[in-house]
Design a protein around this ligand. Structure first.
Ligand SMILES: O=C(O)CCC(=O)C(=O)O
Length: 298
């Protein structure tokens, strides 16, 4: 395994994540809160049509924008243990992480096993040395071998993603509401087939490098009038923060400026730079200021 996160964490889960490509955090959230989320989403599950196409699954329902469907979702997205693991896992490659997706999934009896895939393949970046994403599957109903628990191929991550050969059998991520099934964007995985008589419900929350295009368009899912009601950490995850230098700005400023309404007057563009860039810039500016008027920068 060639990838080692640079950030020192002390979290065994991060070690497991990079050793095996996945880890399961038992009891990461309060099961009663998960039950409240399931209740909040119930009507939406009922109203949502089945997906079309073999990847999404024709016996599967999915819907996004989960932060608007349950007030308890914010706590799940901001789960401190998950954020710590994710920041440790991805922090070597970005200045800040962002929310990639918050999607509810309901797999009905008769659903076929999903095509095994790696979520990182949605981005055409270098494979094998960079991790782009951390996925967290939160079961709303128990996940069992019979009802289609997520299948995960241990050790299929990192440089192994360059190999076309699958070297082992998948593990069945059996888990209960409150548990968090965490895996890397480079880890081969997919939903299992549902051979039971009940539905398998879960929520997938993923986080990616802050400079990538997220899978779910966060600014459309949560426009400023909605995102302004979020806690600051959550709105930043949902795209209302710049990724230094200056990425995702609005008129040269942090997009959270829109929480005060669309500005009627022109705004000043304000540098949002990393410390190393600020240092280089200070030197560049300082040198010119120190020169006699009319002098040329070298
Ligand atoms: O539902 C699952 O267990 C996995 C879902 C998944 O990997 C996907 O939809 O991309």
């Amino acid at each position: 395994m060639s990838i080692t996160p640079i950030v020192a964490t002390g979290f065994d889960e991060v070690v497991d994540l990079f050793a095996d490509g996945y880890t399961i955090l038992r009891g990461a959230a309060d099961a009663s809160k998960i039950a409240e989320i399931e209740a909040d989403l119930a009507d939406r599950y009922d109203a949502t049509p089945f997906c079309e196409g073999g990847f999404y699954g024709e016996r599967t329902k999915r819907f996004g924008r989960l932060l608007i469907h349950s007030p308890h979702m914010a706590d799940l997205v901001l789960n401190p243990a998950i954020l710590a693991i994710t920041e440790a896992a991805l922090g070597s490659w970005c200045d800040r992480i962002q929310l990639n997706l918050a999607q509810a999934i309901e797999i009905h009896p008769g659903a076929l096993a999903q095509f095994p895939h790696r979520d990182q393949d949605m981005w055409a970046g270098e494979i094998g040395r960079v991790e782009y994403l951390v996925n967290v599957m939160w079961p709303l109903t128990p996940f069992t071998r019979e009802n289609g628990a997520t299948l995960i191929w241990p050790g299929s991550h990192g440089a192994e993603a360059l190999s076309r050969e699958v070297k082992c059998d998948p593990i069945v991520a059996e888990a209960n509401p409150g548990d968090a099934i965490v895996f890397l964007g480079s880890t081969l995985h997919g939903a299992g087939s549902n051979r039971s008589t009940g539905v398998r419900r879960g929520i997938i929350i993923s986080y990616c490098l802050g400079w990538l295009k997220p899978y779910e368009n966060q600014w459309l899912a949560y426009p400023p009038e909605i995102a302004r009601t979020f806690p600051a950490e959550l709105s930043a995850l949902a795209g209302y923060a710049q990724h230094r230098p200056n990425l995702g700005n609005f008129e040269g400023q942090c997009p959270s400026v829109l929480f005060r309404g669309y500005p009627t007057d022109p705004l000043a563009a304000i540098d949002a730079l990393r410390p190393d860039q600020s240092a280089m810039l200070s030197e560049h500016v300082g040198r010119q200021r120190a020169e006699p008027a009319g002098g040329e920068a070298s």
